[in-house]
Design a protein around this ligand. Sequence first.
Ligand SMILES: NC(=O)C1=CN([C@@H]2O[C@H](COP(=O)(O)OP(=O)(O)OC[C@H]3O[C@@H](n4cnc5c(N)ncnc54)[C@H](OP(=O)(O)O)[C@@H]3O)[C@@H](O)[C@H]2O)C=CC1
Ligand SMILES: O=C1O[C@H](COP(=O)(O)O)[C@@H](O)[C@H](O)[C@H]1O
Length: 485
Amino acid sequence: MHKPMEVDLVIFGGTGDLAMRKLLPALYHLYCDGLLASGARIVGVAREELDRAAYQASARQQCEGHLGKNFSESKWEGFTAQLYYCTIDARKLTSYASLAECLGSRNDRDRVFYLSTSAALFADICRNLSETGLISPQSRVVLEKPLGHDLESSRQINDQVGQFFHETQIYRIDHYLGKEPVQNLLALRFGNALFEPLWRRDCVRDVQITVAEQLGVESRGEFYDGTGALRDMLQNHLLQLLCIVAMEPPASIAPDVVRDEKLKILRALRPIKGHDVAAKTVRGQYRAGAIAGKPVRGYLEEDDVPNDSDTETFVSIKAEIDTWRWAGVPFFLRTGKRMQEKLAEIVVNFREPPHTIFNSPVGAFTNRMVIRMQPEETVELHLLAKQPGEEVQLRPVQLNLDFSETFRTRRLEAYERLLIDVMRANLTLFVRRDEQEAAWSWVESIMAGWQASQERPRNYTAGTWGPAASNSLMASSGLQWHEEI
Ligand SMILES: NC(=O)C1=CN([C@@H]2O[C@H](COP(=O)(O)OP(=O)(O)OC[C@H]3O[C@@H](n4cnc5c(N)ncnc54)[C@H](OP(=O)(O)O)[C@@H]3O)[C@@H](O)[C@H]2O)C=CC1
Ligand SMILES: O=C1O[C@H](COP(=O)(O)O)[C@@H](O)[C@H](O)[C@H]1O
């Protein structure tokens, strides 16, 4: 096991929702598991005038609820001994003196600057840190999403941050890469020889990637309305999942080796533009409906959402990858809010046997591998087996691997995993600039097509699997979404 690193972790936006809901709870868990070095310091930064004790008290009050039964009074006491606070207006150079004082003059300590604020502040933060002399070659910067709104704005942010940090110091968060099952997919594909010969166009018929949420836009209506499902989820999380499913075996797990392979996939995605946008994409917006039996309002009635908004809360896309391995295999991507279930899964549907010797048709059965990330972490292999009895009667059966059953240890939450990796300076699970820009470049022509068509998103009732057109998208390839089979 690695020795935890004695870093100073400075969280800009240290009083914000993300810090209180995810980052501090993740760090608390790492502390409890002995994965936070006793000499590490966590420094929350925001404009609010608070002294250290007041910040610690506020963090406790907010994190306790999020930690639930994992909260322990004594452990929290120990954890907060490593928690500090600095009042800073990120835009004002003069206010960084207090941070310099808090961090001290030791430039030999690794410093991690976690930018959990609006990206509009990133340039000022980096410049002011530099001018205060707080960036050393060991320093790292973590950038929260969204990194821009389109290719141009993401380039601008990357250029600004890049003036002060080398690419190898920049950790772009995609929290889906921190999810244990996503890393398991790497293990499954590249730790076993079994799947590699099957993992290609000769054997795979189609791949379906679904990330469905039951939540609506909650209190983030204003942010979400300027963003939509394509930018919020598909451009980053779903395309990263697609890369991990589709990439060639990397020669090693070294960050740039893995990221090079992902980049090749992003660059091999066939552009969707012109008439293809209508044929290969579906966007939707939820109307009032019910989630788990409880009525919920429609998107246009949500707080801070204009009542004529045409922002999509659902998107499904038929993507194609122009490589020898994947030519002719459609990759269906789908994500949405207020859907029937909270579900994140990758379904690999294999081709039918070329010839059957059994007089026992079981309908349109194909072998299938289902890698489920949420709500539970499982891998299912769907096969046909003979039903016991004198007749040869085939029946679908499943080989199930439930990771929480198999490995009875606590699973690291995505932010825990990613924070460990930032502290250890491991970039493998972070997105490189060229990957991010390739992803923006691919979604941009879809956004342009939607804008040009001026068509409103299709309605779907909250609590369903999205608009009917999403099923038609599948049907046009003679296929069905996994849950319909
Ligand atoms: N919340 C979430 O679930 C997720 C959030 N993100 C991203 O993370 C970032 C933070 O989100 P979230 O925590 O929700 O946002 P909040 O609005 O809850 O928090 C913003 C934080 O930034 C601080 N801040 C704002 N302006 C300044 C400034 N000029 N100088 C110093 N600090 C400042 C605020 O404190 P103060 O006003 O006191 O200065 C506050 O601590 C955003 O980019 C968001 O898109 C990404 C994924 C999920
Ligand atoms: O990045 C985001 O992800 C969440 C969904 O994350 P999950 O880990 O709960 O699946 C989504 O709700 C949010 O809109 C988006 O910004």
